[in-house]
Design a protein around this ligand. Sequence first.
Ligand code: FPP
Length: 246
Amino acid sequence: MTAKLVLETTSLNVQKLPQHIAIIMDGNGRWGEKQGLSRIVGHRKGAENLKQILRYSKHIGIKTLTVYAFSAENWGRPKLEVEFLIGLFEDMLARELKQMHSEGVCLKFFGDLTPLPKSLQKLIAKAIALTKDNQKINFNVAINYSSRQEMIRACRNLAVMAVEGKLDPNAIDESTIQKCLYTANFPDPDLLIRTSGEMRLSNFLLWQLAYTELYVTQTLWPDFTIAEFELALKDYASRDRRFGKV
Ligand code: FPP
């Protein structure tokens, strides 16, 4: 595994690697159906793929990976699929936590975790506490996440501070808001990857993606291999980022 990874990274321009990558891991359900199997099989394969992409990201020196695992809108899916996904998060986390910790992964979770099963909430709290000082890679998992909800939460926090006299409304600027988002301690993503071809943001990191480079591939998430990931990184390296300037 390690030897293969080293070989594949030699063609990457490490000077132009994104520091922070966000991923919308779309297409699991269709992948399962395409195999003549269930959508659930696609989610399981997608979770396995995420492990590879996380490990590879760490290996090449990506500092932060943020993935959209479950949106606030995903509760509207069939009950069985929702239950399976929530169970999958818990199984994966229980199974992989020790390994991720030993590999230096620092875990964070974005979203309102309160509707999740208590056992999963406890495991998440344990994972955050255990890995908080790790420095190889930040791995942020968005669960029950909605970017608009994240902004509402930020507004409410600021409003409370203003009412309590701890914040002058005229002093609110971009950095004030940035500090109230789940991403407070991270730079904005440099690159957003969306698999399976849909050209939309789906309520993911709307504030943070203001100047992010977008990369959309037709490939379904379970088929998004390290070779495909490298294509995205090379494409990113060829971009001229101007941030609205000339
Ligand atoms: C989108 O595909 C994918 C999801 C809603 C779930 C993503 C979850 C994983 C990859 C599992 C692993 C995550 C963790 C953190 C262990 P879709 O179901 O919308 O696919 P479709 O567009 O083909 O229907």
